[in-house]
Design a protein around this ligand. Structure first.
Ligand code: SAH
Length: 180
């Protein structure tokens, strides 16, 4: 099973057709497209700081006739508090844009700041999915900082799982955080 398939199966079980979901790092738009398929009567709000990522995502959505289900924002995910309805799921796919500038990667400080905002706006029974890429140095730092921070959250309010592929080198990991 691929990491993507694993993450998608969690999202699929979580999201209902009328839900609002947030893609905090849309990149080339593949996850945005997948999420838009889960909410035929809902909405996806997608963020990325790079113009190239927003363009690629817009094109992919257009190709599949999904652009009306998705609102795209060329903004940092630190600003995702502005989303008008409470989300059922927020998804982060950290790291850099595949095929893009490897210098522009998500950063530990802004990721933590944004994750704090996400936790504030998540209603009960809603979930946060964070894919980390510890195979590069900023990604490793980011993952460590997330483990430390998430370990401080109260267990009566948050169920937090941490998934790793034990025998795959440089594989991504995933945090799955659900509000009780
Ligand atoms: N590593 C993944 C793709 C990650 S894409 C893979 O291999 O599939 C991560 C995206 O996050 C990039 O497109 C980047 O531009 C975006 N990004 C970086 N910092 C951000 C921020 N503060 N807010 C929103 N998006 C950000």
């Amino acid at each position: 099973m691929s990491h993507l398939h694993f993450a998608h199966s969690l999202w699929q079980a979580q999201v209902r057709p009328e839900d609002v979901v947030i893609d905090a790092t849309c990149g080339n738009g593949h996850d945005t497209l997948f999420l838009s398929g889960l909410v035929p009567a809902g909405k996806v709000f997608a963020f990325d700081i790079q113009e190239k990522a927003i363009q690629n995502t817009r094109e992919l959505l257009k190709k599949h006739g999904r652009e009306e289900r998705v609102a795209l924002f060329q903004k940092s995910h630190v600003e995702l508090r502005g989303v008008p309805s409470p989300p059922r799921l927020i998804v982060y796919n950290l790291g850099y844009l595949p095929g893009g500038d490897k210098g522009v990667t998500t950063q530990t400080n802004t990721t933590l700041e944004s994750v704090r905002v996400s936790l504030e706006i998540l209603p009960k029974e809603s979930a946060l999915s964070i894919t980390c890429y510890p195979g590069h140095s900023e990604g490793e730092r980011e993952e460590k900082a997330l483990v430390e921070f998430l370990a401080t959250l109260p267990s009566h309010q948050w169920t937090i799982r941490y998934h790793q592929w034990v025998n795959r080198l440089k594989a991504p990991s995933l945090f799955w955080i659900v509000r009780s």
